[in-house]
Design a protein around this ligand. Structure first.
Ligand SMILES: Cc1ncc(COP(=O)(O)O)c(C=O)c1O
Length: 387
């Protein structure tokens, strides 16, 4: 083979600077991927699928339905929405929805999104990938309240007309806390804000039915609600999320997407999960997870050196502070407990102590009764050594 002629080539000089500056997104699975996995807020009870029905492979030589009309109609039915007057986009997880919203609404290098930390890390990642700035207006974290500071959000959008998208996480990750409806409404109605409000409802199926604001899309022309099959439906592996909004916004999102973004197998499994039998399984899993969550919270309360869980406990995980000998939340101790749990005890949780208002906290996904039993026993063993 003849040698390749030498010429000056600098990868850095041709990659967009905002992309070059990216640090790979660290997800829960980067650190540990084996053992009892209670780190990524997945559904530990399994997928909401009726008994295995052979997936038809006969159409896999054809591209999937670009519009996913049947899937959208089942999402509409499940949410009690009128399919004809509501807009839907379905994508590769709600993460695709979040990215597409930023791509559609924010001009790179000029415009911004507003986030309310502590919150889901992908809002910042999709902003950076799209060369879009981030304005942070922290939640009121006092005493684990984790609520919006609407006056501060109002001041930020007034001072910063470049803010085009506001991301609200309801219930929040890592806070596990539902936002007050009045506050969400106040943000939607801010006179000085002319952009889009995204309410991320990834965990909404763990909450009472009235908690969702999805029906508000009929009233607010600037609202997008994102939801997912990754959590309550136990289908994180198929990557299926939805943006539910006005028909006008959905049309724009759908024009901007790749034509066949949702694969045929993902779509078939999603249809199955949204069938009557799938929904029954989902509801059974959710009620078991909620019962396990209550049991877990009370058992965590008996472990030495753990404080009471903070936040609303409205999702399928809890945030629990690890305390020092004086009873103060401690990041160094929480981090070493997190490592020892994963490396010695085979139980993976997530250290969230560096998030605002979460000092010393471990975020623990609610497991099965057996998994929670092992978690408590291992935590008790490790923390008793410190006490
Ligand atoms: C608040 C929040 N939104 C969205 C997602 C991502 O969901 P999906 O799997 O649908 O991309 C997560 C996943 O952990 C999350 O915590």
């Amino acid at each position: 083979m003849s040698s390749v002629p030498q010429k000056a080539f600098s990868l850095q000089s041709i990659v967009r600077p905002n992309i070059w500056a990216l640090k790979p997104y660290r997800c829960a699975r980067d650190d540990y991927s084996t053992g009892i996995l209670l780190d990524a807020n997945e559904n530990t009870h399994g997928p909401a699928l009726p008994p295995p029905e052979a997936l038809s492979t006969s159409h896999l030589n054809r591209y999937p339905d670009p519009h996913q009309s049947l899937l959208k109609s089942l999402v509409a039915a499940h949410r009690g929405l009128d399919a004809a007057s509501t807009g839907f986009f379905v994508g590769v997880g709600s993460d695709e929805c979040l990215d597409l919203v930023v791509r559609v609404f924010c001009v790179p290098g000029k415009e911004k999104v507003l986030v309310c930390p502590p919150t889901y890390g992908m809002y910042g990642v999709v902003a950076q990938v799209n060369d879009v700035g981030v304005t942070a207006v922290p939640l009121d974290v006092e005493g684990g309240r984790f609520q919006l500071r609407v006056d501060e959000i109002a001041a930020a959008v007034e001072a910063n007309p470049a803010i085009k998208v506001i991301f609200l996480c309801h219930p929040g990750n890592p806070t596990g806390t539902l936002l007050a409806h009045d506050d969400i409404r106040a943000v939607l109605e801010l006179q000085a804000f002319h952009g889009i409000v995204v309410v991320d409802e990834a965990y909404i199926d763990f909450c009472d039915q009235g908690a969702s604001v999805v029906s508000w899309v009929a009233r607010y022309p600037n609202l997008i609600v994102t939801q997912t099959l990754s959590k309550a439906f136990g289908l994180a592996g198929i990557r299926l999320g939805a943006a539910i909004t006005t028909p006008e916004i959905a049309q724009i999102l759908n024009s901007a997407k790749a034509p066949y973004n949702v694969s045929t197998p993902a779509s078939a499994l999603a249809l199955s999960a949204l069938s009557a039998a799938g929904l029954t399984t989902m509801r059974t899993h959710v009620s078991s997870i909620l019962a396990q969550r209550d049991a877990l919270i009370s058992k965590l309360g008996t472990v030495p050196r753990l404080g009471p869980t903070i936040g609303g406990n409205d999702a399928n995980f809890v945030l629990v502070p690890v305390l020092d000998a004086q009873g103060r939340p401690s990041n160094p101790i929480a981090k070493s407990v997190y490592r020892a749990m994963a490396e010695q005890e085979g139980v993976v949780v997530r250290f969230r102590g560096e998030e605002l208002g979460c000092e010393g906290c471990l975020r623990v996904t609610v497991g099965t009764e057996e998994e929670n039993g092992v978690l408590i026993e291992k935590l008790r063993g490790l923390l008793a050594d410190l006490a």
